[in-house]
Design a protein around this ligand. Structure first.
Ligand SMILES: [Zn+2]
Length: 482
């Protein structure tokens, strides 16, 4: 038998506060409705690309769920997506020889081949040096470009992504037939999976771009290695629909604070998803945990001093567009926004709080982390995540806190055909909802608010210190001038 561990350090707190938190945590842990709601969202509504009928259905349904949960001031906050996009199909086949099918899916917000498709030779482009490759654009007409990493990877892991914008525009201008790429430069994760996604923030690329399964891409690469440049030809027929502006909305409801109601703690995840499957783990889990956390606070019978606002964002997958719309709409309120806690890393348990550069918040949150010792206290770090809806809050000077999760399977379920309800870990969803409820209540009920809001100059200095300027410029998010 192992020696008994030292008694877990517990945060000292007044009895009344302790009763409120016990009630909030208890309500959340005894409530399994988040799983039923996620099952409905995944199985009955399914994949919900922003602007699509399914996304609109999810918005209407979430409004109803928030009302049923007893949240106050439940409403939608409309915003407009510049372009709608609908997937058609992506049929790719190797010509000659075994005439094999290449399993592919289009990346989001990318274009189409001419109707009926075309036959084209495939040439490789070094994914690590896209800018240099553009010098060859004169020879790309009618060809398929396969992005393939060669040589040493660039020091900056984001560099392929940041060079894609110019590269894809050059490919379209050059009359390229199609591009084979993924969100990274390598092979798709998992067996026989493609992963869709956007290739730039709030953009449309008219050139068709597909992601291949690792097996199909490996086959293509082997054939090219044996046959030599230009010798492998494929048939490509890729059809998608790009439309003009489409209306959408974030879904908002709250628990009004008692003594400082104008001060707001936002908790949320994104309601929209990709379309290859149901968006159960991206981000059905985060959205339903946020809803359940709000409900647990309502049903605890206790109210914190400040308002806890549940926000289910749309347009996250197209470049954090819903959270950007929220921050814009609530610009005057940002000085009173204490924090935004975002849950969007899949099916695993929360294991860290990334506080968005606000170092001063870390010691303030240590008692909260200790309070969650039973769940394995979340680690606290000052990192800034622009991979989800925490980003726009950070840019607005608010601690945009990304709740990292330990989700090893997320690399497979993320944006793929296996993002389905059977990959959700039910007890973990409930646990995350309970942790989120305790976090929100604690932060909203502190004697002092967390770190004072930052000025744009402070935000700029911190983002530069974290080396994020290049990435944010590539995302079109750098709003601090030159
Ligand atoms: Zn997500």
């Amino acid at each position: 038998m192992a020696a008994p561990r030292a008694r877990a350090q517990t945060a000292a707190m007044p009895a009344a506060e302790s009763r409120a938190l016990a009630a909030v945590a208890g309500r959340a842990l005894l409530d399994s409705r988040a799983n039923q709601e996620l099952e409905y969202l995944s199985d009955e509504i399914g994949g919900r690309v922003t602007g699509s009928p399914a996304a609109n259905q999810a918005i209407a349904w979430a409004l109803g769920e928030m009302r049923k949960a007893g949240l106050e001031d439940v409403h939608e906050e409309p915003w407009t997506l510049e372009h709608g996009w609908t997937r058609g199909f992506a049929h790719l086949r190797i010509l000659g020889g075994a005439n094999q099918v290449l399993h592919a899916d289009a990346m989001g917000w990318t274009g189409s081949t001419p109707a009926g498709g075309l036959d084209a030779p495939v040439i490789a482009v070094n994914a690590y040096h896209l800018r240099a490759a553009e010098r060859e654009a004169g020879s790309w007409r009618g060809k398929v470009l396969l992005l393939r990493p060669e040589g040493a990877p660039p020091k900056n892991a984001m560099s392929t992504f940041t060079q894609l914008d110019g590269f894809l525009k050059a490919a379209y201008a050059a009359g390229t037939a199609a591009v084979i790429a993924g969100q990274g430069a390598g092979l798709a994760a998992g067996m026989n999976l493609t992963h869709t996604g956007v290739l730039g923030f709030n953009t449309v690329y008219r050139v068709p771009v597909v992601n291949l399964t690792a097996e199909s891409q490996s086959l293509l690469q082997r054939l090219m290695d044996r046959a030599g440049a230009d010798a492998v030809r494929i048939h490509v027929d890729i059809q998608n629909t790009i439309t003009g502006p489409v209306p959408t909305a974030n879904v908002v409801g709250e628990v009004r604070g008692t003594s400082e109601p104008q001060q707001v703690v936002v908790i949320g995840g994104h309601l929209d998803s990709w379309d290859l499957s149901a968006g159960a783990t991206d981000d059905g889990t985060g959205a339903m945990a946020a809803l359940a956390a709000g409900r647990a606070i309502v049903e605890s019978g206790y109210r914190p001093k400040r308002t806890v606002r549940v926000v289910l964002f749309t347009g996250e997958e197209q470049g954090l567009l819903g959270s950007q719309a929220y921050v814009k709409r609530h610009a005057a309120e940002m000085k009173d926004t204490v924090a935004a806690l975002i849950l969007d890393e899949g099916q695993g348990p929360i294991d860290a709080m990334q506080v968005g550069g606000h170092d001063a918040v870390i010691p303030e949150l240590e008692p909260l982390a200790r309070l969650l010792a039973g769940f394995g206290s979340p680690r606290l770090n000052d990192g800034s995540s622009f991979g989800t809806d925490s980003g726009p809050f950070i840019l607005a000077g608010v601690p945009g806190i990304n709740l990292s999760q330990d989700s090893p399977d997320y690399r497979y379920t993320h944006h793929s055909v296996v993002d389905t309800f059977d990959h959700v870990r039910h007890a973990v969803l409930i646990r995350n909802a309970a942790e989120l409820a305790v976090m929100a209540f604690t932060i909203a009920d502190r004697a002092q608010r967390l770190d004072a809001p930052w000025t744009p100059a402070q935000v700029k200095a911190e983002l530069e210190r974290q080396g994020l300027e290049g990435e944010l410029r590539a995302f079109g998010l750098w709003n601090f001038g030159n």
